[in-house]
Structures are given as C-alpha cells and as structure tokens.
Design a protein around this ligand. Structure first.
Ligand code: AMP
Ligand code: ZN
Length: 487
C-alpha cells in the first residue's frame, strides 16, 4: 500500500516517494525555549513523532532533525524580566522540553541543533544570499529581498496584495519592500550578540531553520513539519532563502498541523488559555494525553475539554486491560497457526489480519490516526470477546492466535505511542528476572567459596555489560538495574 501525504505546497494528497529510496530526511520546527510547552505545541511535536514512527514501521530509515530556537526576542525579554542571562533561561527550558516530551513518549530527534551553535553556518548562508543579490544590508541589519524570488507566496498561496497588507503592520522605512524580512539583526545595548561581517548582532528566526536543515540533512529534504501558523511567514521565508541559495527545491512534502483549540480558539501563550504538559501529566496518564491529541487526524482542529481527556483515559485503560490479559500468551510459539480447526480461533486470526490491514490503510491515508484508533479499539472488542470464551486450559491453537493478537496489538499501539512494550515486559517478567538473578548470584557465591575468582569476576563483568550492578557486602550480594538499561 502506498502512503499518501497532504502536501501544503500543492494542496493535494500525494503519494509519498522519498528522494533516496528507503531513506527519509525530515525536519521539524522545534520549540522557542522561553517557557514550558503546552499541549497545543505537544500536538504538533507528537505528529512529527508519529510520522517518524510510522515511516519506520514501513521500513524507512528516518533521520529527524528538530531545532531548538534558543535566541529570539521572547527569550531576551523573558530573561530581562527575570534578571538572568539568556543562555541560562534557554537552558532551563531546553531541559524542561526534553523532560516533558519524554514524559509524553515523544522520542528525541536524531539531532536537536541550536541556533546559537550554528552562527557560522547562518552567516555563510546570509553571505550567499547577499552575493546573489537576494539580500541587502542597512546599518548592520540584513534583509531578504523578497522581490528577488518570483515564487514568493507559493506555500501560503497568498496573493501579492495580501502579502503586502500583512507586511504593512510594522513598517520599517529603511526596507526596500515592506515584505522584506530580517536575516541578521544588529543587537541593541544589553542584547546578546555574535560577530558578523555586518554588525555585532544575531540571526533572524527564519534563516536558522534553513541553515540547520541544510547542515544536518541536505539541500533538499523530504518532509518538513510544523504547526499551521508557521506556513506564513516562517516556512514561506525558509523556502525563499533556501531555494535562492541552492537553486534547488528545499522541501518535497510540507506538513502542517491544525491547532488544538479551547472553545473554538487556538490554545496559545498569547491567548492565556493553555495547559502546560507538565501540569497535564500530573492529572492524566501520558498515553491518555497522546490518545486524546491524536483522536483527530492532524489536519483537523481538535477541541480540548476535560471530558475528552477522561474518555481517552478510559480508552487507554481498556486497551491496557486487554493487553494485560493477552500478556500470558506473549511468548507462545506460532506453529499451531497452520491449519487451524477451531472456528473461533480462525475468526480471531482473520480479525488480526483485518486490523493490521485497516491500520495501515488508515495511516497510509495521510496519517489518519483517528481512523487507526477506531480500528484498534474495534479489535480490542473482538479480542475481549474471544478471551471471555477462553479459559486457562485453552488449546495450543487458541494460545497461538492469542500470542499473535498480543504481538500485533502491541506493535500498532507502539507506532501511535499509546502503549509501550517495555512496561509489560517489566511487569510480566519482573518475577522471572528476580529468580534468574538469585540463581546467578548463587552460582557466583559458590565460585567465590571455591576461590574461583575468575568465574566470579566474569559474572560480575558480564552483568555490568547488561547494566546490572552488583554490590558485595558482608550480608551478601545485592543487585540493581542501572538507569537507562533496557527493560
Ligand atoms: P513555538 O514554541 O511557539 O515556536 O511553537 C512550537 C510549535 O507548536 C510550532 O510548530 C507551532 O506552530 C505549534 N503550535 C503552537 N500552538 C499550537 C496549537 N494550539 N496547536 C497545535 N500546534 C501549535
Ligand atoms: Zn522553523
């Protein structure tokens, strides 16, 4: 089945074909780190996480880059308000970003480049634009010359007069054209600055994404994601800068996420109607928040209300109960699936195949997570029915099909991040791990009593490689799994 993506550039659903077979280069606009992020921002970050997971499910090798905007007017203002350094403020919220996003199960990108660590790349990109007459300097500021790029407006599909009207809001008389935008800003007294050929200053926001996408991915990338508000001017400007600098198409598929809303209004800092992720996770399980945030396909606005989150919590509980009930069959071999005789088992096997096909069909249709959830929960109902008619003396056939149901369900849920297998593994296997460790420690103790230090040390060293640490004391040996070890 072919994956289709709605491309904001062409405003069409297009079959996804990456530039290099089997590989996907993906860039996602990350947070401006001047505050904690809210569940509206989380919707956008989550979409890029799920796009990446689903592409991996389809066997693509994905390289995901997500920037951190760590220098910007908002950061400078907030740092001044708090009487601290911009770097300190940015670092605090970079740490908070990683903490909160990992709570939500959003995997880290392959690279999280920071604007302040790419000043030389940004300067050389600006210089290229100046050399091509696509940018000009006035009193230490550098502007992009929009008139130079005939295709300006192609992403936002705005007419020239609309572009002009938007730009007139804050007119800088020195600009050749009201639409021209900052590439480099000369710093005012007390503001952070970097040396450049034009002034002691700092980069504009748009140029940082062009420079970092090109540095860490390529001049042409496959997928670029961001919230709907970034289409104009941010992404329109990224295209103008990048395409003039390289002469190549910058992005093949542009994906934009519709807003999370409250009472029909966008959730946003300026609206003061936001809920921070770190507050939401105090109240709801991360999987429930994820479930809620993907309960509409990403191009449709989604309305926040506590009832929806409660519904998501109970849906996730239902899912967990089902997977827990399947847990005991997890490691049953699949041989008995050949030539099934039990009619109910045959039906469940068919349901498994249908669920997988429907899951892929919905996700292939521009990542329709709402449809995918519908498919998963229909299947949960079917599994529950089958389980109700199955006791612990179940035939090998039934056990095999249940094992298959477990694996398929966990796999599709992992793509959406509404279930993570490690949790079951640790639950179901904690007791077994305990017993195995006791056995290993006994064997080591015997070796020590025989003064066979080689064997005792070998056991310690090999356990260490598995991130299991032993501590010998007079009372005996204890063990612990070090943080970061795989469960
Ligand atoms: P910011 O930190 O403000 O640059 O925003 C980070 C990302 O969140 C951007 O891609 C925004 O477009 C996106 N975003 C902001 N508000 C919302 C919202 N209410 N719903 C969905 N995405 C949003
Ligand atoms: Zn960006």
């Amino acid at each position: 089945m072919a994956l289709k993506i709605y491309n904001s550039l062409t405003r069409q659903l297009e079959e996804f074909v990456p530039l290099h077979e089997g590989k996907v280069l993906m860039y996602s606009c990350g947070p401006t780190v001047y505050d904690y992020f809210h569940i509206g921002n989380a919707r956008t970050f989550l979409v890029s996480d799920i796009v990446r997971r689903y592409l991996e499910y389809k066997n693509y090798t994905v390289t995901l880059v997500q920037n951190l905007t760590d220098i910007d007017d908002k950061i400078i203002n907030r740092a001044n308000e708090q009487g601290i350094d911009c770097c300190q403020l940015a670092q605090k919220y970079v740490d908070a970003y990683f903490e909160d996003s990992s709570k939500l199960g959003i995997r880290s990108a392959d690279v999280h480049p920071r604007a302040t660590e790419h000043i030389s790349e940004i300067i050389s990109l600006i210089q290229t634009l100046i050399d091509k007459q696509a940018a000009y300097e006035i009193d230490g500021d550098v502007y992009y010359r929009v008139n130079h790029f005939a295709e300006y407006g192609k992403l936002s599909h705005r007419k020239p007069e609309d572009l002009l009207a938007g730009a007139r809001v804050e007119v800088d008389e020195r600009k050749e054209d009201p639409r021209d935008f900052d590439l480099w800003k000369k710093s005012k007294a007390g503001e952070p600055w970097w040396d450049s050929p034009w002034s002691k200053g700092r980069p504009g926001w748009h140029i940082e994404c062009s420079a970092m996408a090109m540095k860490h991915l390529d001049e042409t990338i496959d997928i670029h994601t961001g919230g709907h508000d970034l289409i104009f001017p941010h992404h329109e400007n990224e295209i103008a800068q990048s395409e003039v600098a390289t002469g190549k198409a910058f992005v093949r598929y542009w994906m934009h996420v519709a807003f999370l809303q409250i009472d029909g209004r966008r959730m946003g800092k300026s609206e003061s109607n936001f809920i921070f992720v770190h507050d939401a996770v105090q109240q709801y399980a991360p999987e429930a928040i994820r479930h809620f945030l993907i309960s509409a396909q990403y191009r449709h606005p989604l309305d926040y209300n506590p009832t929806s989150l409660k519904e998501s919590s109970s849906a996730v509980r239902r899912l967990n109960n089902c997977i827990d009930a399947l847990g005991p069959y997890r490691d049953v071999a699949g041989d008995a699936l050949e030539g099934l005789n039990d009619a109910e088992a045959v039906r469940l096997l068919e349901s498994i195949n249908t669920m997988r096909d429907d899951f892929e069909a919905t996700m292939d249709e521009d990542f329709n997570t709402a449809g995918a959830l519908g498919t998963i929960f229909k299947f949960v109902g079917e599994v529950n029915q089958f389980l109700a008619a199955t006791d612990n003396t179940a035939s090998e056939e039934r056990r095999s099909v249940l094992s298959q149901a477990y694996r398929s369900l966990v796999e599709v849920c992992s793509v959406l991040g509404i279930y993570t297998e490690e949790e079951v593994a640790s639950d179901a296997h904690a007791a077994l791990t305990e017993e195995l460790m006791n056995l290993i420690l006994e064997v080591r103790e015997d070796a020590r009593e025989r003064k066979d230090w080689d064997t005792a040390d070998k056991i310690r060293d090999q356990l260490e490689q598995l991130n299991i640490e032993l501590q010998d004391s007079r009372g005996g040996t204890t063990w612990r799994i070090l943080k970061g070890a795989k469960g």
